[in-house]
Write a protein that binds this ligand. Sequence first.
Ligand code: UD1
Length: 386
Amino acid sequence: MSHPSSPAAHRILCVVGARPNFMKMAPIIAAFDALAPQLSAVLLHTGQHYDVAMNHQYFSALGMRAPDINLEVGSGSHAQQTAEVMRRFEPAMDEVKPSAVLVVGDVNSTLACALVACKRGIPVVHVEAGLRSYDRTMPEEINRVLTDQLSDLLFTTESSAREQLLREGIEGDRIHFVGNVMIDTLLSNLDRAVPASTVAALAGRPHFTDNEQGYALLTLHRPANVDDPAILRSLLETARLIGNRTPLLFPLHPRTRAMIERAGLQSLIDHPGILALPPMGYLEMLGLMRGARVVLTDSGGVQEETTALSVPCITLRENTERPITVEQGSNTIAGVEPSAIMAAYNKVLAGGGKTGRVPLFWDGQAAGRIAHILLRWLQERAGDQP
Ligand code: UD1
């Protein structure tokens, strides 16, 4: 409650929807709590991701409180999912009456909630603004471009983002380079990471990762890679080649598992060198990445996490919206051609893998910067006494 002689409390409605949002939001909530009572967070989950494996184990591992509000929208086409989030978010937001709505990343929930808030005149804060793959076939790229246009305050993770936002007509004083909140979470949980040997033992293959070359880790979930059976088949055949040389751990996103079954490709991953796993919890995934000789992925977040861990990463896409992971970090863009993937992989095994350096402000302090800048901005806007 605000008091006439104290600065007003600002309630921030913080939105998560899908798995990659959770590790970004956890340090933000903690940083807002640290500025209580001037800032307070209301945590809203749209329910875009709903499987226990994609949700609850993340919240508990990250020490994040359960959402105050869950819209339980579930899956659907992009239009259905986005529309359903918007339809359910509007009355929830009206009830909370926030000073601002804070969204992270680039999932459908990010755009849907930003659009509702903007049209109601509630300031929108976007964390991880300005990243661009320049590939409009990626649903996330549309979500990024539009969310940034709707946002009042834009927090960036790398310097390329500011230049991009300026090119798109966003005023410079709304853009703040604060670093990477996902790396805040990574650094604060590193000592709790679960080693790959434990994960393999729990999966009934205790000696799976015992190999003098180390092990490789694969994640796949982008529609461009898993929805087309021919591309998926080719990637899984490449995974077998890798599994012949180094043990390959392969946590399966629900979308990927469903597509493998639908395309009748299960036999490709039934291979002694491949250990297919359910979606990993945060601490398990962190341990798998940290211990890997090489990570192969189409995830944006994993490209950043491997850069922070100095573990060579081979990206199974033609582009990245996170160029700093290539310019400074440990990332190599290989695309999906088997020969290109194998060339990058062989280079790592021959000792030529990139380890890179950790980018500026990926230092564990990003969420604290966001909280201070946001509070000052809200106070100036409201004419509060500082
Ligand atoms: C979403 C994000 C993507 C992010 C990814 C991380 C968008 C456009 N995409 O993709 O940017 O990298 O999350 O996981 O927002 N499913 C389940 N259980 C769940 C969630 C999904 O079984 O809890 C299955 C359903 O079959 C669903 C499919 O996965 O149709 C896709 O889910 P969806 O939320 O549409 O997108 P993701 O592929 O998870």
